[in-house]
Design a protein around this ligand. Structure first.
Ligand code: ATP
Ligand code: MG
Length: 324
């Protein structure tokens, strides 16, 4: 049984000009041992999806439809009391840019202790000490540095603390939202490897969010490409890399510099941001799509299967290459 099963999830934000759909009719399943990556441009709804899974949407957000199946519960139906028992304990999140949010006047180990004690107030001081040592070992911070203040840490070390805090209560699902974006490539590479090792060792489910498809592919087995609040293509990383179908996925891959850029496609000039208020189900990418044809202007995108695991959302049947 899937650890997480999301069906037709739609999340809106109430704004001055009306409701925008930041997440629009998203469905997917997550298996424990298969990290799932979400990739897409800024504003495509990645963090909104993560915050929904943590029950941390702001007051102007609305769950407009769908369900989130997790441990025989539908998370969209939980009240705040019930969320408190899930958040941090069953599902934890490494928040976007969280390393800048460490408390500057609190020692690092105290901040991790707080994350444990919040959910396990009964824990003995012995067990707490063992757990803290175990967590710092896991994220490879020397025990001698545990009592430092955050300003004494490098960016990479701060991000490791944030990961330790997310792991503190051995959650069943971790959502990592751009966990390495602010780090240099060497430290990024080390932390990505550690996240993968930890995920396998703890056998947790992992949703990994990034705007960088190469980063997502280094951690995840399966990839969902998002555009304008929707998943537009999904498949194993091999499928998405070797035979991208959606014009947006091709653009993402084509935007990478490579000496033998086999995905060199004409990168669309992204002139217009997607219209998140569209109610008629028409294609949100059409305005920027190099393949946009008359079918796309009147049609509604629908899911097409390329393989059992590889699917694309588009109006144009020829895009799969099967009917060309
Ligand atoms: P980034 O890569 O920049 O982190 P993202 O993919 O995480 O982007 P979200 O932060 O989920 O994107 O935002 C999705 C859309 O929802 C954007 O259009 C954003 O402007 C809008 N949005 C996010 N939070 C709010 C809010 N509190 N009120 C209104 N609109 C919001
Ligand atoms: Mg975000």
């Amino acid at each position: 049984m899937a650890l997480l099963s999301i069906k037709n999830l739609t999340i809106g934000y109430q704004t001055k000009t009306g409701i925008i759909k930041a997440v629009d009719d998203i469905s997917f399943e997550l298996e424990r041992g298969r990290p799932l990556g979400f990739v897409g441009e800024s504003g495509c709804g990645k963090t909104t999806l993560g915050m929904t899974l943590m029950g941390l949407l702001p007051d102007n957000a609305l769950i407009l439809g769908g369900s989130i199946g997790f441990q025989n519960k539908d998370l969209t139906q939980l009240n705040e009391d019930q969320w408190r028992r899930v958040r941090g304990k069953e599902i934890a999140m490494i928040f976007q840019a969280a390393m800048n949010a460490l408390n500057p006047v609190m020692r690092v180990d105290e901040q991790v202790i707080e994350a444990i004690v919040t959910h396990h107030p009964e824990i003995s001081s012995n067990d707490l000490e063992n757990r803290i040592n175990e967590l710092f070992d896991l994220v490879e911070i020397p025990r001698a540095r545990m009592k430092d203040f955050p300003h004494e840490y490098s960016g990479g070390m701060k991000q490791r603390v944030i990961i330790a805090m997310a792991l503190a209560c051995k959650p069943k699902l971790i959502i990592a939202d751009e966990p390495t974006t602010a780090l240099d490539v060497i430290v990024q590479d080390q932390i990505l490897k550690e996240i993968k090792i930890i995920q396998q060792a703890m056998d947790t489910g992992l949703i990994f969010i990034s705007h960088d498809i190469a980063v997502v592919a280094s951690v995840c087995e399966d990839i969902c490409v998002m555009y304008g609040g929707q998943i537009v293509e999904t498949g194993t990383k091999q499928e998405v890399f070797a035979s991208p179908c959606h014009p947006y996925t091709k653009a993402l891959l084509g935007s990478y510099l490579s000496l033998d850029n086999q995905y060199s496609v004409i990168i669309p000039d992204m002139r217009e941001a997607p219209d998140l208020t569209l109610e008629n189900g028409s294609c949100r990418f059409a305005v920027n799509c190099t393949r946009c044809s008359s079918i796309c202007k009147i049609g509604i995108p629908h899911w097409m299967n390329i393989s059992k695991t590889h699917r694309v959302l588009c109006c144009d049947e020829t895009i799969t290459g099967k009917s060309q």
